[in-house]
Design a protein around this ligand. Structure first.
Ligand SMILES: CC(C)(COP(=O)(O)OP(=O)(O)OC[C@H]1O[C@@H](n2cnc3c(N)ncnc32)[C@H](O)[C@@H]1OP(=O)(O)O)[C@@H](O)C(=O)NCCC(=O)NCCS
Length: 379
């Protein structure tokens, strides 16, 4: 795997762990004039991919210095049919070594691993305005595929009232799997190993909401007139986030709301903005599905339920995050703060097989977006 002086090899926790963590600390993600989001992997740099069926981390070394890293996972998902896809994530190159082709070579090496494992398509996700990342992948033949919205809602200190007209029920993993396979298996990127996601210890559970008075009896195939469903993944168990160089509005809001809380606690009405400048965890909400006329309200009730769950069950969960397809109307029912959210994340895709595969990619990109299943393991 030698390319000139650059050595690209598999990650070895004994010799690379501390150096990869150090690289991660030195690498901002996103454009310089905006927020820098740092990830603290809590001593396990490979934690983001560990729960995937197949995974790899590659490191790039130059004269014994660790200068770059990339991670990849492989799984089976629904695309035009059941398809093997490789996901490229966590690409980082040390600031002093950028624009020397290291990022490009890391992606190419990862693609070799994908091809060796019979992957049909490689894909990646990035912020639309991450020019470096977008240009790099475009140069390698990736094309724009989908622009899902990342919706972020801060966890406040106050619990929401639960609705007296809505029943909320937690599903067992087996039941959740049956319902997901029945209603969501044709959605884009639905993972074939949904059962292992639902049984993972990071999965806090799957809940359904339906009108009180009706019954939920999935074994007889009977569903309420309207219902909504979601699952919750505790990403904060894996890694923490920390903000730096936040927009000035965000900074002022944090400071001033605290100040006001001290000065006028009894009439304090502003929603208290959490402190994002110290490491914090988050819940990722995925597998959102709804049926029936009243399902929008039921989805909102479920989201409030998740907010209360975050207050009750986690000390450091400061935000609830979800990602839904760009055109998915479910986002109208998910509470979120616009200025913390990202209206259009960018997913790019590339066929690693023959021309027929490329043709499929063209068909996929031209087709109107279907509902997207965002795998919590890829956050
Ligand atoms: C994105 C990143 C990995 C690129 O690494 P790199 O080693 O500098 O990239 P390369 O030298 O291989 O660049 C290959 C091509 O990508 C494009 N590119 C790379 N950096 C770019 C930049 N800052 N602006 C515009 N295009 C850029 C160019 O087309 C470049 O080819 P060229 O140098 O011949 O013009 C690096 O900037 C980085 O670590 N950024 C912070 C972390 C991040 O945002 N990761 C991506 C998350 S998905």
């Amino acid at each position: 795997m030698r390319c000139g002086e650059l050595l690209i090899r598999s990650y070895d926790s004994h010799i690379d762990r501390a150096r990869v963590e150090d690289l991660e600390r030195r690498c901002e993600v996103g454009p310089a004039q905006r927020v820098f989001l740092f990830t603290d992997t809590l001593g396990d740099p490979i934690c983001r991919i560990r729960n995937s069926p197949m995974y790899i981390m590659l490191v790039a070394e130059l004269d014994n210095e660790l200068v770059g890293v990339i991670q990849g996972t492989i799984k089976l998902v629904t695309l035009h049919n059941l398809t093997k896809v490789g996901y490229a994530l966590g690409l980082r190159v040390a600031p002093l070594h950028r624009r020397r082709g290291i990022g490009l070579r890391l992606v190419l090496k990862l693609e070799e691993w994908f091809i060796g494992n019979d992957v049909d398509y490689a894909y990646m996700a990035t912020a639309k305005d991450n020019e470096a990342s977008v240009s790099l992948f475009m140069k390698l033949g990736y094309v724009n595929f989908r622009t899902p919205a990342i919706l972020v809602n801060p966890v406040s200190h106050r619990m929401y009232h639960s609705s007296s007209t809505v029943e909320i029920k937690k599903l067992m993993a087996e039941e959740a799997e049956v319902v997901y396979r029945r209603f969501m298996s044709s959605m884009e990127f639905f993972p074939d190993d949904i059962d292992s996601i639902l049984r993972c210890k990071l999965n806090l559970g799957t809940w359904v909401a339906y009108p009180r008075g009706e019954s939920w009896d999935y074994s007889n195939g009977q569903f309420p007139s309207s219902w909504a469903m979601l699952s919750v993944w505790n990403s904060g168990e894996l890694f923490k986030l920390r903000l730096e160089k936040a927009p000035i509005s965000c900074f002022i809001y944090t400071k001033s709301s605290r100040l006001m809380a001290k000065l006028v606690p009894s009439c304090f009405k502003l929603r208290d903005m959490p402190d994002f400048f110290h490491p914090f965890g988050f819940f990722f909400v995925y597998g959102l599905h709804r049926e029936g006329q009243a399902s929008g309200k039921l989805m909102r009730t479920l989201c409030k339920f998740v907010h209360n769950l975050a207050i009750k069950s986690s000390e450091d969960c400061k935000v609830i995050v979800t990602e839904v397809g760009g055109g998915d109307r479910v986002k109208l029912h998910i509470p979120h703060w616009e200025f913390l959210s990202c209206p259009a994340d960018l997913w790019c895709i590339k066929s690693l097989k023959n021309e027929e595969g490329t043709q499929h990619v063209n068909d996929l990109t031209k087709a109107p977006p279907r509902t997207l299943f965002v795998d919590p393991r890829e956050v």
